[in-house]
Structure formats: structure tokens, C-alpha cells
Write a protein that binds this ligand. Structure first.
Ligand code: PEP
Ligand code: MG
Length: 311
């Protein structure tokens, strides 16, 4: 079982021949961060801040938010932490944003879009992140969810830079993957959200069990967008991570590394298996597996072909 291999892996993330791929943990709050800090994860690749406030009908104050964020920064004081600003809306409605019901919430006002009506929610959250960073001596990377255009990335990055934080965006909308080079001109890193990228690429609701075969990160079209984003990152000399569930599948993790992704962030429980999976293959094997997965007719064929190359 994966857990047996996990116990043997102690980091850092790299293939058998030494190609570095950071293995990071996804967390939802301070107690999850304490648990993740006990793994060999090189840091936090996705802190889903909206999960801290799901039940709230009033906006948490800057001071209250700062306390919640500091509880995640502290256990990772000497490691990287990527904080995601509120990904409200769609499957994660936040009552305090004043957001109203929509006919197609996944295509509605979610993620960074809640900040566009100038309600100050984003600025107060960034103030809280900066306050927590100052208090804990951290310099967090801060990324926005649901970016669709380079202009949105520029707008967000400016607000992050004035607070001396490191700006990035999620690539989870196909439009953003297609223009990743222009987005990367504005930010210091990007992170692929393969859950939503699959949903929007395949036009298949991520919550629909009936559409699960379509909504699959092994879909060659999804992998093609990952590859395009990784190429743009390499050309810009900037990190391209994956923080969707795809990164938790040790086989797919090797394929993503082969596509050129520079970090993988997954549930803390999967960190050991992903790290161990990378450690037993060469980068050349990963690249070959990526090539066959991209060329496959469908997810099942891609997985089988990648498995044959990765053992
Ligand atoms: C994703 O979409 O892949 C992602 C990491 O974000 P979430 O699952 O929180 O939407
Ligand atoms: Mg997402």
C-alpha cells in the first residue's frame, strides 16, 4: 500500500536522477497545518482560506483573520506557504460576501470575481495576510483563484506587491492556461487548479457523479493545458505548481512532473506516497510518460500507457 512507501520517504521531492519537484501540502486551517508540518512536505502549496469562514454570516475582522492565517504560517515558519485568497461562490458559498444565488454558480461570481465590485473584502484579507506575515516573520506567496484574463492577474498582483507579499494566480480557467505567458508577465508564480481546470475544459460539473469520466485530469485536453502552462513558466523562468487533486495521484504526479510542473501540492496524507513515487523513477521516464498520456485517446489509455513506462 502507498502508506508503506510513504513512511520511507523523507524528502526533498526529486526523481531518482535528482530532478527537483517540490512536494507541498494542501491545508485548510492551523490544525491541518500542524499535521502537515510533521510530514516531509517542503511547505504549503495551497491554503484554502475560504474554508476557515464557511459558516460566517459576518465578515471576520482583519485582526481575527490575521490570527487564523498566523496559525498556518507558524508551523511552516521556515518553509514556503502559498495562501489562496477567498475562493467564495459556486461549491463554497460564503454568506458574508453578500453573494446572491445564481443560475450557473460555477460560471458566476466566484473566486477573485467577488472582489470586482470594490467591496474591500480582498484588501482587508490582504491586510490580514500581511499582518500575520509580519507577526510570524513569514513572506507568504499569495494567489488568487478563478483568474480568467491577464488584466485580472495584473490587478491582483499590484495589490499583493504593495504589501510586500509574493503574487501569483491560479490557472484553473482554460482562458488563463491559453494566455499563461501573458499572465506570468504580471506575477511571480502560477498554480494549476486541476479540479476546476478539468471542469471548465471538459464543460463537466465537478460535482456530477454522472460526468466523472469526462471530469478527469487524465483527459488529454486537460494535460495539454497543463503542458502549455508549464512551457510558459519555463520560458518565463517562474514556478508552475499543481494544487488540484491530480497531484495526489502518485502516477499522475510523475506525469505532471514530466510535463514540466515544478511543484505538486496535495492532501497531507498523500505527501509521502507522491514523494516516494517520484523518487523511484527518472525524469526521462516522467517525460516519456507525459508524452504518451498527452497522445492517448482517453484517460484510461493514458493511465495504462503511463503506468507501463513508470512501472
Ligand atoms: C482546483 O480547482 O483544482 C483547486 C485546487 O481549487 P478548489 O478545489 O478549492 O476549487
Ligand atoms: Mg478551484
Amino acid at each position: 500500500r502507498a502508506a508503506a512507501g510513504a513512511a520511507a520517504w523523507s524528502g526533498p521531492g526529486r526523481t531518482a536522477d535528482g530532478h527537483r519537484v517540490e512536494v507541498l501540502a494542501n491545508v485548510a486551517d492551523g490544525s491541518a497545518a500542524v499535521a502537515a508540518a510533521a510530514t516531509p512536505a517542503a511547505g504549503v502549496g495551497l491554503f484554502r482560506t475560504e474554508l476557515c469562514f464557511l459558516g460566517r454570516t459576518t465578515e471576520p475582522s482583519v485582526a481575527e483573520q490575521a490570527e487564523v492565517y498566523a496559525a498556518v504560517f507558524e508551523p511552516f515558519a521556515d518553509r514556503k506557504v502559498v495562501v489562496r485568497t477567498l475562493d467564495a461562490g459556486s461549491d463554497k458559498p460564503l454568506a458574508f460576501t453578500g453573494h446572491t444565488a445564481e443560475a450557473n454558480p460555477a460560471l458566476g461570481v466566484r473566486g477573485l470575481r467577488i472582489a470586482f465590485d470594490d467591496n474591500g473584502i480582498l484588501d482587508r484579507q490582504l491586510d490580514a495576510i500581511a499582518l500575520a506575515a509580519g507577526r510570524t516573520g513569514s513572506r507568504p506567496w499569495v494567489m488568487a483563484p478563478m483568474i480568467a484574463t491577464p488584466a485580472e492577474a495584473a490587478w491582483f498582483a499590484e495589490r499583493v506587491r504593495v504589501r510586500d507579499l509574493v503574487p501569483g494566480v491560479m490557472i484553473e480557467v482554460p482562458a488563463a492556461a491559453l494566455l499563461a505567458d501573458r499572465i506570468l508577465a504580471h506575477v511571480d508564480f502560477v498554480s494549476l487548479g486541476t479540479n476546476d481546470l478539468a471542469q471548465y475544459t471538459m464543460a463537466a460539473d465537478r460535482l456530477s457523479a454522472d460526468l466523472a469520466p469526462l471530469n478527469d485530469p487524465w483527459q488529454p485536453a486537460v494535460l495539454a493545458l497543463v503542458a502549455a502552462t508549464a512551457r510558459a513558466g519555463a520560458a518565463a523562468g517562474k514556478p508552475v505548481g499543481v494544487c488540484g487533486e491530480a497531484a495526489a495521484d502518485p502516477l499522475l504526479a510523475c506525469v505532471l512532473a514530466g510535463l514540466g510542473v515544478t511543484s505538486l501540492s496535495c492532501a497531507a496524507g498523500a505527501v509521502g506516497a507522491v514523494g516516494a513515487g517520484l523518487a523511484r523513477v527518472s525524469f526521462e521516464q516522467c517525460a516519456a510518460a507525459a508524452e504518451v498520456a498527452l497522445a492517448a485517446a482517453d484517460p484510461a489509455q493514458g493511465r495504462a500507457a503511463a503506468m507501463a513506462l513508470l512501472g
